[in-house]
Write a protein that binds this ligand. Structure first.
Ligand code: HEC
Length: 143
């Protein structure tokens, strides 16, 4: 009985690992092909941002600032830099002070463009799309 459990569990692990591998593989091929982006901003959000900023983009009061109706997003360059470099220290969103840490996000230009376009057009936001070229330009200034 124990053995059967073990086999079932290890099979689940293998399934999980191989499905993850498949996903990241397709992401990198699409991003290296240039031209039209097929990266899903929603998928990047659900993978990289949702734990802190939440599914509704509302964040968590006192800890994680909202992306929903955030006035911070009006500054494209600051927003892109926030995701590339992360941020530590005082930051004000919609008049509310936060003083926490956001780690730098290990995402490529296309993924950042896709996720920020998703953020800008979700959660009741009506901001502009962000392109991979804009992300690239900010990244080169930060180096
Ligand atoms: C580990 C938690 C965490 C993750 C993951 C995270 N953030 Fe943040 N984010 C924060 C915190 C904390 C701040 C505020 C930083 C401070 O107080 O100095 C912040 C601030 C921001 C801001 C500026 C303030 C605002 O609310 O408009 C933006 C934009 C942002 N994050 C976008 C993202 C995006 C996009 C992702 C995913 C690619 C992401 N964050 C992932 C914790 C996180």
């Amino acid at each position: 009985m124990k053995k059967i459990y073990f086999i079932a569990i290890s099979e689940l692990i293998i399934l999980f690992v191989s499905s993850c591998g498949g996903n990241s593989g397709s992401t990198s091929t699409s991003s290296s092909s240039g031209g039209q982006s097929t990266v899903s901003g929603a998928a990047v959000y659900n993978r990289s941002c949702i734990t802190c900023h939440q599914g509704t983009g509302a964040g968590i009061p006192g800890a994680f600032p909202p992306l929903a109706k955030s006035d911070f997003l009006a500054d494209k360059e600051k927003t892109i830099s926030q995701v590339i470099k992360g941020y530590q220290g005082e930051l004000v969103v919609n008049g509310v002070k936060y003083n926490n840490v956001m780690p730098p996000q290990q995402l490529n230009d296309e993924e950042i463009a896709a996720v920020l376009t998703y953020v800008n057009t979700s959660f009741g936001n009506s901001g502009a799309a962000i392109t991979a070229d804009e992300v690239k330009a900010v990244r080169s200034k930060l180096r």
